[in-house]
Write a protein that binds this ligand. Structure first.
Ligand SMILES: [Ca+2]
Ligand SMILES: [Ca+2]
Length: 119
């Protein structure tokens, strides 16, 4: 093995031994809810202002996946089903009439924490 490779190996090992891995500054580590929210934001934010209007959010329900439909049925069975408009009002924490990525992520987290299905 070449000496620089050995050296790199030692540096790597000592780094792991210390257990101090810090992410580069400015890099945020996204949670699963945040990842879903940012994916959905790209998908449904038609006018690309970084927020969802009720109309944009409702358009999502025109193209439901099989999993979405299954989750809707499950929530209806549990009695926890909410219409898109009801969901939107619940998501819009600051009542400005729009849902931003953070509000969406919080809602997704809340659904999961309460054991309800996302749709
Ligand atoms: Ca928008
Ligand atoms: Ca809002």
């Amino acid at each position: 093995m070449k000496s620089w490779m050995v050296l790199a190996g030692i540096v790597l090992l000592s780094g792991q031994a210390l257990g101090k891995y810090t992410f580069p500054e400015g890099m945020s580590v996204k949670t699963r809810s945040e990842e879903i929210a940012s994916y959905q934001m790209r998908e449904y934010d038609k006018n690309q202002d970084g927020q969802l209007s009720l109309e944009e959010y409702e358009s999502r329900f025109d193209n439901l996946t099989r999993e979405d439909r299954r989750n809707i049925r499950r929530n209806k069975k549990k009695g926890t089903y909410k219409t898109p408009e009801e969901q939107f009002k619940e998501m819009d924490k600051n009542n400005d009439g729009f849902v931003d990525e953070q509000e969406r992520a919080e809602y997704i987290r809340k659904l999961r924490d309460s054991g309800n299905y996302l749709y």
